[in-house]
Design a protein around this ligand. Structure first.
Ligand SMILES: C[S@@+](CC[C@H](N)C(=O)[O-])C[C@H]1O[C@@H](n2cnc3c(N)ncnc32)[C@H](O)[C@@H]1O
Length: 336
């Protein structure tokens, strides 16, 4: 593990904490999985309720330090695993009393301030953007993919209007030298046709590359599928998203699981299909005025949740087909 360069005054603020607790209701006890353990904000709040157990997962090994402290306090009620949530099925939890599974997507403030991770445009040196347990980094992607491939990543994962010109310029410049973080920021700034005064010009490209490097689309899709399988009756799946792409995936998945709608044209007997999930709110829960004031980065957070109605393991979903075009783009990483 590399040294972490995080200033001491970095404050961690678990987003929508009160709202998460009110939808997963830990006061009734049970086992909860915190799929994005981070600094343990949600986990610690759940553990305040007796009769609860928490399994915390995080792909970033730095979280194990916080995990260790919580384990010392609750040796029988807490476990930390350095695992990607797409691999939730490896934990063999099918027969556990899983009452709640939570996802707080993306990266933490602590991670973005860790300049070694290269997630921020202020990072110096090597391009990385890796959160942990990665197969490649942004350095390989930016220095080896073809311009058309980079363009797809920036367009579909970052909604970047200037994807084409940025990708072409990356490919041109990398002939001269191996690109590092600041080289990339300069290329983006030079390539943008319209300067953005609301967000940093590199925001969309960095988001796109981070999603690609961490394979966030397949992580989310497999994480969701594995979660709904192992939840017990009345168990809650709660997901906090931060950008429109992840919210679109979560919204689609929740909607199709909770609605009387055909998910397959080969399955015409709709009326007889059992609805295994309830989505109590159509609209997402968003931060209160108070939270927005105390923690402005929470402004893009959206919480959606689903309640399982029956103990059934096999779930029918077309989410993989629906988002296959995005999974194919992510798969460009397999050749790096
Ligand atoms: C927004 S932070 C969560 C903060 C947490 N709710 C808290 O209160 O401390 C997201 C965390 O999810 C982790 N993460 C992101 N993708 C992951 C994945 N696919 N599998 C496991 N952990 C992941 C990140 O490393 C990061 O620590």
């Amino acid at each position: 593990m590399e040294a972490t360069i995080v200033p001491d005054n970095v404050k961690h603020y678990p987003v929508l904490l009160k709202e998460i607790i009110s939808v997963i209701t830990p006061q009734h006890g049970g086992t909860f999985i915190d799929c994005t353990f981070g600094q343990g904000g949600y986990t610690q709040e759940i553990l305040r309720y007796k009769n609860t157990k928490v399994i915390g997962l995080d792909r970033d090994i730095s979280s194990a330090i916080v995990g260790e402290k919580i384990l010392n306090k609750f040796p029988n009620r807490f476990k930390f695993k350095n695992l990607k949530y797409s691999n939730l099925n490896n934990l063999k939890l099918r027969n556990e009393n899983i009452k709640g599974i939570i996802f707080d997507l993306g990266y933490s403030y602590t991670q973005i301030k860790d300049l070694n991770k290269g997630l921020s445009f202020d990072s110096l040196g090597e391009l990385k953007m890796t959160m942990g347990l990665n197969n490649f980094s942004a350095k390989e992607a930016v220095n080896h993919l073809k311009d058309k491939e980079l363009e797809k990543i920036l367009k579909y994962f970052g909604d970047e209007n200037d994807a084409k010109i940025i990708s072409r310029n990356i490919v041109k410049e990398r002939l001269l030298k191996k690109l590092d973080t600041q080289d990339l920021v300069k290329i983006i700034e030079r390539s943008k046709r319209k300067k953005n005064y609301k967000i940093h010009n590199a925001t969309k490209t960095f988001q796109a590359l981070r999603i690609f490097v961490n394979q966030e689309i397949s992580e989310l899709i497999y994480g969701l599928i594995n979660s709904v399988k192992i939840l017990k009756k009345n168990g809650v799946l709660a997901v906090v998203t931060f950008h429109s792409l992840e919210d679109k995936i979560v919204k689609y998945f929740f909607k199709t699981l909770s609605e009387h709608k055909s998910i397959s044209r080969y399955e015409p007997k709709l009326e007889q299909k059992k609805i295994l999930f309830k989505m109590p709110l159509k609209k997402p829960i968003t931060p209160s005025e108070k939270e927005l004031k105390e923690n402005p980065p929470s402004r893009s957070a959206k919480l959606r949740y689903l309640i399982k109605q029956e103990d059934v393991f096999e779930i029918n979903t077309d989410i993989l087909e629906k988002f296959n075009h995005l999974l194919e783009i992510e798969n460009l990483g397999s050749k790096l």
